[in-house]
Design a protein around this ligand. Structure first.
Ligand SMILES: Nc1ncnc2c1ncn2[C@@H]1O[C@H](COP(=O)(O)OP(=O)(O)OP(=O)(O)O)[C@@H](O)[C@H]1O
Length: 255
């Protein structure tokens, strides 16, 4: 499985938001971070790949054009965690997961098994019978991610999956994403602002700015002080802890 983007462009509101994006294939089995400043086009790329925003050019998963997939097949193959989370509803968490799986074509029995297994794997069983409209923002994000993961799609598109999560849940969720992606040999693209999570969990980082790819490669190579200054307008650097972990240090604005 791999995801190929070739000359992908998106116009929104009369502006070119993604400008002829071509990338070496995104591999299966590991996480790719999509980083870049606010307004760079990260969510737009994720929405285009999920079929929510029209695009020019080509995007194909294992040689199959995403644009040509019928909606039901696309729902089966592509799992999306949007930045704007589902609003509360009267559904229970368990029913919400079941609904996502059924919409992606699972039988009732498959949906029940996959929902229970994913809630158990993520430690979310205590929330199973809670109504969606009684959850906190972070709990809703966990449940929406659980729904995307439970379907075990070939392409996972996660838009800031950790933005509402506390430290424990950030690691729980990213580790679960890594497990599912490795087991399923799925392609995973995660829009992230937290460079330390990109360093910890992602094999590759794509830096978007102004709708174009400014850098692409292993995080420790890509996240150089000069790139951070150019793309974000900040002074920052990567340091290594005494245990060898790469850590991003945000210093200050340039004087
Ligand atoms: N529905 C829309 N209509 C018109 N323009 C839009 C729409 N959604 C986004 N844009 C524009 O597209 C550009 C890219 O937005 P996008 O949300 O993809 O950026 P992003 O990199 O995800 O930003 P952030 O980090 O702030 O979430 C921005 O200039 C934004 O104003």
């Amino acid at each position: 499985m791999s995801l190929q983007l070739d000359n992908l462009s998106v116009r929104r509101g009369g502006q070119t938001v993604l400008d002829g994006l071509s990338l070496p294939p995104l591999p299966a089995g590991s996480l790719t971070a999509l980083i870049g400043p606010n307004g760079a086009g990260k969510s737009t790329l994720i929405h285009a790949l999920a079929g929510l925003v029209p695009f020019q050019g080509e995007a194909s998963l294992q040689g199959v054009s995403l644009r040509q997939l019928p909606p039901a097949e696309r729902a089966r193959r592509v799992g999306l965690l949007p930045q704007a989370l589902p609003q509360g509803s009267g559904l229970s968490v368990y029913e919400f997961l079941l609904g996502g799986l059924r919409a992606a074509g699972a039988s009732a029995r498959e949906a029940e098994q996959a929902s229970e297994a994913m809630l158990a794997e993520l430690g979310l069983l205590p929330l199973a019978l809670k109504r969606m409209d009684t959850l906190s923002g972070g709990q809703r994000q966990m449940v929406a991610l659980a729904q995307a993961l439970a379907r075990r799609p070939g392409l996972l598109l996660l838009d800031e999956p950790n933005s509402a999560l506390d430290l424990h849940w950030q690691l729980t969720m990213l580790d679960a994403v890594q497990r599912v992606v490795a087991e399923r040999q799925a392609v995973a693209l995660l829009a992230l602002h937290d460079l330390n999570l990109a360093l910890r969990s992602c094999a590759r980082v794509i830096v978007l700015a102004g709708g174009r790819c400014r850098a692409d490669g292993p995080p420790q190579q890509v996240l150089s002080p000069s790139l951070l200054a150019e793309v974000y307008g900040v002074l920052g650097r990567i340091e290594h802890s005494s245990r060898g972990e790469a850590l991003f240090v945000l210093e200050r604005l340039p004087s």
